[in-house]
Design a protein around this ligand. Structure first.
Ligand code: SAM
Length: 103
C-alpha cells in the first residue's frame, strides 16, 4: 500500500516491487536482527565489527553514495584509532531499480 497520498499506477508498481523483495527475503528476515531505522542498523553493525576487530584489517565500504554510512562508521572507529575507507564510482547504479533509473 502507498505510504502517502493516493494510490497511483506508480505507487502500485513500487508497492509490488517491495512485496516481491519481501517475499524473496522473508525466510531470512524471520531469522535476522530487524531494525526500524537505517542508523540503528549501521550502529549495530559497526559496534559488532569493532567488538570482533582482529586489529590488522581494513574497514571499507564499496558504494558509499552520499557517504552517510561511511561517515557514521568513521566516527565510531576514530576512538579506536581505526579509519573508514569509502569507494564509489559516483555514476549511480548499473541497473534500473523500480522507480529509479541507472545513473
Ligand atoms: C544504493 S547506493 C549505496 C548506498 C549506501 N551504501 C548506503 O548505505 O546508503 C549504490 C552506490 O554504488 C555505487 N556503485 C554502483 N556500481 C559501482 C561500481 N561498479 N563501482 C563503484 N561504485 C559503484 C553507485 O554510484 C551508488 O552510489
Amino acid at each position: 500500500m502507498a505510504e502517502h497520498g493516493d494510490v497511483t499506477p506508480i505507487s502500485l508498481l513500487v508497492d509490488a516491487a517491495r512485496k516481491d523483495s519481501f517475499e524473496t527475503y522473508r525466510a531470512e528476515m524471520e531469522q535476522s536482527m530487524l531494525f526500524t531505522s537505517k542508523r540503528r542498523n549501521r550502529v549495530y553493525a559497526i559496534q559488532q565489527a569493532i567488538a570482533r576487530d582482529p586489529g590488522d584489517g581494513l574497514y571499507v565500504e564499496f558504494g558509499v553514495a552520499a557517504g552517510h554510512g561511511c561517515r557514521l562508521f568513521g566516527k565510531f572507529l576514530a576512538p579506536h584509532g581505526r579509519h573508514m575507507h569509502g569507494f564509489d564510482s559516483f555514476v549511480g547504479l548499473e541497473e534500473d531499480w523500480t522507480g529509479y533509473h541507472t545513473g
